[in-house]
Design a protein around this ligand. Structure first.
Ligand code: AFD
Ligand code: MN
Ligand code: MN
Length: 424
């Protein structure tokens, strides 16, 4: 399924006059509008291969029609997203949910859609058919060296797959931990995990990064071996300069100040990047910005401030990815909504009057500091996001275009109404 350019142009033409009016209205108020548009155009958010099918919970899964049945079809779906918003120019694979058979052919297909390969994800939280060892009691932390060796070898294999595809990073998320007091010696688990990670780190090419993701609970319910940013930072600091801490927005205890975590990780030069999602209760994996868009804006405000303080390139120096699950909505529509929410928060952070904020902070003018942040947050920047998409060759309204061009109906015709995405 390809989004045909002439159809997209026809769709845009119908919206153009209205869009121009809204764009000029907001642009008149934004001093750095060209800079904002350029940064929005450059900003690409990777799509994980596991987000293209309907997700589920441990109680059930209600699959949708036209789900991708192979890695090739997942790449095509990301191609559709990217054609519509010009901001989804990368895909992140999960081994062994995706196993590329012919790397060159997969790379060529991705390039045809304007996609590159983002971080590679290993999987030592599920047992694979035929594997001699089980991860029931952990992987890199396991008391039995044979299990640890199997998990280490798997991660090294994932690096090799990534090298073939031109990826530059490995994301390690561990389900390791314990569900009952007394089950595990915390220090022993840490030391074994660190030793295993060191062996994986040693296999990283020089221009690669290792992202260590933390999560406070689940699937283990008493302790997690990489539970929070402090623990992740401890591991990555001991590993070396190619190791970084990855923040997944859903992996914190309630009310955690994620924007402060981000600021300090950036200060230390140890922020790997993001897995974006939103949540009400835990690792809910809901659409980005659907529950707490103000928090997302505050996070982006710290990201922009911290990246600028270190002279970093917003688009390329950190890893940006969505990690959400779509249990109710069409996954492609959900992803389009998530990307738009990220772009809105980013644009709002870019228009914060930083000089005025610094001046207000210097004299402890708390009310003014809040006014400055909320002025940016309350600006309707949607027309800026649309303009960036239009200039890059995408849609003024990506979800509107997706519906108008009947993409899902076409995918169902091609793939069938009863399909289940691979890897889910
Ligand atoms: C699980 C984890 C984590 C990870 C993903 C892929 O919670 O978010 O990134 O699996 O391994 O959802
Ligand atoms: Mn994640
Ligand atoms: Mn998660």
């Amino acid at each position: 399924m390809q989004v045909e350019k002439y159809k997209l142009d026809g769709f845009n033409n119908d919206l153009l006059a209205d869009h121009k009016r809204r764009f000029e209205f907001v642009a008149a108020d934004v001093a750095n509008v060209d800079d904002v548009l350029q940064k929005l155009e450059a900003f690409q958010i990777a799509i994980p291969s596991w987000a293209l099918g309907t997700g589920g919970t441990r109680f059930g899964r209600f699959s949708g029609g036209g789900e991708p049945r192979s890695l090739e079809e997942k790449i095509e779906d990301v191609g559709v997203l990217h054609a519509l918003n010009k901001s989804s120019g990368a895909i992140s694979l999960h081994i062994p949910w995706d196993i590329p058979q012919n790397h060159q052919a997969i790379k060529t297909l991705a390039a045809q859609h304007g996609l590159r390969f983002d971080a590679m994800n290993s999987n030592t939280f599920q047992d694979q058919a035929g594997a001699p060892e089980s991860y029931k009691f952990g992987s890199l932390q396991h008391i039995d060296k044979a299990v640890r060796d199997q998990a280490i070898a798997h991660n090294i294999e994932v690096i090799k797959q990534g090298i073939e595809l031109g990826s530059k990073s490995l994301t390690v998320w561990l389900a390791d931990g314990s569900s009952f007091p007394g089950q595990l010696n915390f220090r022993g688990a840490f030391e074994r995990t660190l030793d295993s990670l060191k062996q994986i780190y040693a296999a990283l090419p020089d221009d690669w990064k290792l992202y260590l993701e933390y999560k406070c609970y689940e699937p283990n319910f008493y302790s997690t071996t990489v539970a929070d940013w402090g623990q992740s930072l401890l591991y990555v600091t001991k590993l070396g300069p190619k190791a970084y801490t990855l923040v997944d927005l859903g992996h914190h205890l309630p009310n955690a100040n994620i924007e402060q975590i981000v600021s300090l990780l950036l200060m230390e030069g140890r922020l790997a990047g993001f897995h974006f999602n939103d949540s009400k209760y835990g690792d809910d994996d809901l659409t980005v910005g659907s529950i707490n868009p103000y928090q997302l804006f505050l996070i982006f405000n710290e990201l922009v401030e911290g990246m600028d303080a270190r002279g970093m390139n917003h688009a390329t120096d950190l890893g940006w990815m969505i990690d959400a699950s779509h249990n109710l909505k069409d996954p492609i529509e959900d992803l389009l909504q998530s990307i738009q929410a990220i772009q809105i928060a980013y644009a709002q952070a870019l228009i914060v009057d930083k000089e005025a904020l610094v001046a207000a902070q210097k004299v402890n003018d708390v009310a003014l500091a809040q006014e400055i942040l909320q002025k940016a947050y309350r600006t309707d920047v949607r027309a800026l996001v649309s303009e960036a998409s239009l200039r890059a060759g995408g849609a003024i309204d990506p979800i509107g275009a997706y519906r108008k061009l009947q993409v899902r109906e076409n995918l169902i015709k091609e793939r069938g109404a009863k399909t289940v995405a691979t890897g889910l």
